[in-house]
Design a protein around this ligand. Sequence first.
Ligand SMILES: [Zn+2]
Length: 510
Amino acid sequence: MKRMVSASAAAVSMLLAGTTHAAVVPDYQLNSSWYSNAQNAISARSTSLSADSKAKNIIVFVGDGMGISTQTAARILQGQSQANNQGGEENYLSFEHFPHSGLAKTYNTNQQTPDSAGTMTAMMSGAKTKAGVIGVSDNVNRGDCDVSSERLVSALELAASQHKATGIISTARITHATPAATYAHVSERNWEASVPEECVGKVSDIAYQLIHQAADIDVIMGGGRRNFLPEEVTDPEGSTGRRSDGNNLIEDWQNFHRTGQYVWDSEGFNAIDTSSTSKVLGLFNSSHMEYEADRDDADEPSLSAMTEKAIDILLNDTHQQQQQGFFLMVESGRIDHAHHGGNAARALQDTIEYSNAVQAAIDKLDAAGELDDTLIIVTADHSHVFTMAGYPKRGNPILGLVVGVGSEQPSLAGDNKPYTTLGYANGPGAAASFDAGVRTDLSALDTKQLDFQQQALIPSGSETHAGEDVAVFARGPQAYLIQGAIEQNVIFHAINQAADLGGNAYVAEE
Ligand SMILES: [Zn+2]
């Protein structure tokens, strides 16, 4: 192998130089760890090309707001926390080892920089649509009541009708835009617990759709308990419901699923018998679940724990006697929220836990002998205006001030003040960044503390999404379908083809 590399390099070299001297890669180059590790990475890749078989199981992981800069910074933060780190930059998030990847174009049909409702509808239903609408076509306008003739069938719905077990997990409210696009059809993402008076009788809110009208999803875990309870009801954590129609959707679910398990905290979660339980509804917070950095394991399960539990249930005998594989959607819903708050530390901690959840799924499937039959796609719905700036030296703390090569002192910007590697183009950080047009001096601040808001240029109450592409990683049967720069709605078609879900386009006969 080494000889072939050397020989072809020599041929190229001769052509370029017009000489007969053969270029030979010297030992110090061959033996450098950079050179040999990269060659090993290519060798491993050529033996892990995905089989052309059919995907029995499908898992779609969505890091909400996990742009590529977020991925890079999280990879470094995780690397810097490890015992033998060489700076942190050499680290990989779990899914960055997947053999196939591409870039997804995220725009909505009416918006250059997208929102989660339109992007997740594209990924789940195979067609782009407008920002703010869920599971309906581009013909619908935000706020339309009757969308019955414009519903888009989702990959989860197709999987359920193909007798696959199904699950959805999110650290956000389970009625929030991303998870909702797997099961709901509504023209307004904010109609989580009610619809406007003029729409009553024409369309139901998202929580009602999940319990009464959607495909019967086997495992549902996330936040958003308040959207399932009437206003008069106080939940065990002291929060009141949000429903004005008087429906108690948790009781409705329990009546539909007499042997199902409703759980609302870690104790109930830990007590689920995954070998025999076929239906689970887990609502672990009144609103969104906690950020990973703030989470108390005694109160709420982690994204990894929920992912493992869901896979155990979807693969148990109760399911697999009647069903052929499963479809699972796992969302890390709050990378996005931390970025909107201009708070990199929480966004990165949630991204690291997202990576842990992907690894947990791989380990679980491997132990169950199901890994080779599972198509796993890991992606994001959109990016954020989050950036890594300056020329920090290798190993410089990723949440710290920029310190350059050969220096122990922070690098100074044009205003003679230090600056952080991580920053935002806009957002709430701008308010504290400038006083009468003069940038705040960060010298005395600990920018690595959890609550620190990175500096931002343009003031806005909420930092915004960004419009550049996001990465898509894939492994498993027909994972090679993910490559190059693709429209985001191609992801659905890769799943549809790999798992033969039956959602194929057809030409109408005359
Ligand atoms: Zn967002």
